[in-house]
Design a protein around this ligand. Structure first.
Ligand code: ZN
Length: 149
């Protein structure tokens, strides 16, 4: 089976709007899923992908802005600082870009694929990607940031 046959879910697929479940026991299935998500992300030339985007409502995401792959389980923001507002796109909202205001720096806590707790100090683009993927896990999409006039 070719990975490219896995379809990235797009709006208005309701799976994108569900709150994802925390992973309580990390198994080989999760490790396999994270690798598969990374391949799908690279195939789609994306810089981040969350599990709901392939139809799975679990707290998993991958990200790579060009300096290494992150595979995160149960990611959450411990601290955020500053503001950045930049046009953002999303593989699940094709053809749309939205100005999104996000924190400039975030401190992320997550588990790696073996269950170890890790913290990541991220800023700029990486901070933005993590916030975007955590939004996905909570059922939030970039279109929610469109300001009503
Ligand atoms: Zn997205």
């Amino acid at each position: 089976m070719r990975e490219t046959e896995v379809k990235i879910r797009t709006l208005p697929d309701p799976v994108l709007r569900e709150k994802s479940k925390s992973v309580t026991k990390i198994t080989d299935a999760h490790r396999g899923l994270l690798s598969k998500m990374a391949r799908i992300m690279y195939d789609a030339s994306g810089i981040g992908l969350a599990a709901p985007q392939i139809g799975i409502n679990e707290c998993l995401c991958v990200a790579d802005i060009g300096n290494g792959l992150y595979k995160l389980i149960n990611p959450r923001i411990l601290k955020s600082e500053g503001v950045q507002e930049i046009e953002e796109g999303c593989l699940s909202v094709p053809g749309v870009s939205v100005k999104v205001k996000r924190a400039k720096k975030v401190l992320i806590e997550a588990q790696d694929e073996f269950g170890n707790f890790i913290t990541i100090d991220a800023e700029g683009l990486l901070a933005r990607v993590f916030q975007h993927e955590i939004d996905h896990i909570q059922g939030r999409l970039i279109v929610d940031y469109v300001r009503s006039k």
